[in-house]
Design a protein around this ligand. Structure first.
Ligand code: ATP
Ligand code: MG
Length: 237
């Protein structure tokens, strides 16, 4: 479905990604883990067309995305819930969800109901401005908004960041439910233990390169992964 081939990208003079190769198959859930500043967000932005590769290709179901405008990439079937749950604070919850569907011309009522089924709290708060939601609720809204584009591939950038453990559990459970409905997911996470638990495969990034890849089970067992990302939580597994 998605294939990054030898992608080099960065910001102006600053090269961040140095030859990324990464794939997400149909209805797969894949995680991308790595230290702060490794280039995880830059990888997602490059897929979305927010950062342009200097070299290499982003292939999505045969479409070459690297030169396409962001709206075409969304229409091709990719959407992202960005890092730091950036919702539109002054808009209501419902308006945020409608924004997620801004490129669609078909009716969206049923999809709003589907998002409400995944996140009942968003229905209760539909008419409230997004800024009054809790952190976890804003994360739900960011994911719900991304779903409103009806993606084939959903990019999630650190959905568990800054959330209390119970909320983290809940978010991961919902990620799994979304995946089960047939949406492929590329999940960027600091919480490597949880990420490797929900994912089928994973990639480990180190300063702009893929340092390791494998099935989630292989990565969980890998001593380097355990040492760098799993710590005591990993030892217990
Ligand atoms: N807009 C920008 N302009 C210039 N440099 C940037 C920009 N955004 C990110 N960078 C740099 O690119 C590198 C990779 O950043 P990126 O945000 O992709 O990392 P990350 O793996 O997502 O890190 P984190 O886990 O902290 O979110 C960092 O050195 C960062 O300083
Ligand atoms: Mg990031």
């Amino acid at each position: 479905m998605l294939k990054l081939e030898n992608v080099y990208a960065g910001y102006g003079e600053r090269l961040v990604l140095e030859g990324i190769n990464l794939e997400v198959g149909d209805s797969e859930i894949v995680c991308l883990i790595g230290a702060n500043g490794a280039g995880k967000t830059t990888t997602l932005k490059t897929i979305m067309g927010l950062v342009r590769p200097q070299k290499g290709q982003v292939n999505f179901n045969g479409d070459m995305l690297a030169t396409q405008p962001v709206n075409r990439i969304v229409q091709a079937g990719i959407s992202m819930a960005p890092e730091g749950r950036r919702v539109f604070g002054k808009m209501t919850v419902l308006e945020n969800l409608e924004m997620g569907a801004y490129l669609r011309k078909d009716p969206i009522g049923q999809d709003i109901e589907e998002v409400y089924r995944l996140f009942p709290v968003l229905k209760e708060r539909a008419k409230q401005p997004a800024r009054v939601l809790s952190g976890g609720e804003q994360q739900m809204l960011a994911i719900g908004r991304a779903l409103m584009a009806k993606p084939k591939l959903l990019l999630l950038d650190e959905p568990s960041m800054g959330l209390a453990p119970l909320m983290v559990e809940k978010i991961f459970e919902i990620i799994r439910r979304i995946w089960k409905t047939g949406t492929a997911i590329l999940l960027v996470e600091q919480n490597a233990a949880m990420a490797l638990e929900v994912s089928q495969r994973g990639y480990v990034m180190e300063t702009g390169k893929i340092a390791m890849e494998g099935s989630a089970a292989e990565l969980r067992r890998n001593p380097n992964v355990r040492k760098a990302f799993l710590g005591r939580a990993g030892e217990r597994r």
